[in-house]
Design a protein around this ligand. Structure first.
Ligand code: CDP
Ligand code: CDP
Length: 226
């Protein structure tokens, strides 16, 4: 079974997807980490994202895989350096290039074949695994998402004002939802969960119960009961 979770920044995708995967004993795959890691790798190599030839050369020696602790890039686990505010904006900039998306989509499809998976990002239900058995689109008001991100940054020792973070989130929302390739949007068959005012536990238990229901239906179909 494949569960696709999409949604805008700070809607709770990573936190919720990780917990759902733990509860169901599924593999958790964070595709945003791949955009972040590639953006940081290109930046460190001094490559402009718009230079298709240089990006192709960089991607030809870029290898993603999975371990129990998450995404591995070129044999090394990803560190906190991909989580900075600067890398958040860089990842949204790199994500608009079709050659980048084609490369990462292919890698993500390969990773999704590892068994039962919960994969989260922006285009999982629409592009990466359109045949996923369960698709969730998480959302929350921009204000609530900015409050969540400020609190999250504070707990990791980074001070940022609500206004700064709200502006960054709105910039990324706009970039992600207006790009021409694979824009952020809910799949037509996704279940939309507005999580404004919902606790993490409430969101997780809602998705787990939807997944269990889908599993029962699939099981019944496979043995010919419906
Ligand atoms: O992955 P994404 O950017 O969508 O969000 P996240 O990093 O999972 O969540 C951003 C912050 O919001 C985290 O600190 C979560 O603990 C928090 N959160 C929350 O307070 N309530 C929710 N329903 C979901 C997430
Ligand atoms: O956790 P947060 O929602 O802040 O971001 P993320 O999921 O780590 O993704 C970082 C950036 O990568 C997003 O702003 C998107 O531009 C891009 N991304 C994408 O285009 N498609 C995906 N499947 C995942 C991420």
């Amino acid at each position: 079974m494949r569960i696709a979770i999409d949604g805008p920044a700070a809607s709770g995708k990573s936190t919720v997807a990780r917990l759902v995967a733990e509860k169901l004993d599924f593999v958790y795959i964070d595709t945003g980490a791949m955009y972040r890691a590639l953006a940081l790798k290109a930046k460190k190599a001094g490559i402009s994202f718009s230079n298709a030839d240089e990006m192709a050369e960089l991607m030809s020696h870029t290898y993603f895989s999975l371990s129990d602790s998450g995404i591995i890039l070129d044999g090394s686990p990803l560190g906190d350096e991909i989580r900075t505010r600067e890398v958040s904006l860089l990842s949204s900039d790199i994500a608009k290039y079709s050659y980048v998306r084609d490369f990462l989509t292919e890698q993500q499809r390969t990773l999704s074949k590892q068994g039962n998976v919960v994969m989260e990002g922006r285009d999982i239900g629409t592009v990466v695994i359109p045949e996923a058995e369960l698709k969730i689109f998480l959302t929350a008001s921009a204000g609530e998402r900015a409050r969540r991100r400020v609190k999250q940054l504070k707990s990791s020792g980074v001070e940022a004002t609500y206004d700064e973070i709200l502006a960054e989130i709105e910039r990324r929302d706009l970039n992600d939802s207006t790009r021409s390739v694979a824009p952020l949007k809910a799949a037509s068959d996704a279940i939309i969960l507005d999580t404004t005012g919902m606790s993490i536990e409430e969101v997780v238990s809602r998705i787990v119960s939807l997944a269990e229901k889908r599993q029962r239906v699939h099981l019944a179909r496979s043995v010919g009961f419906c």
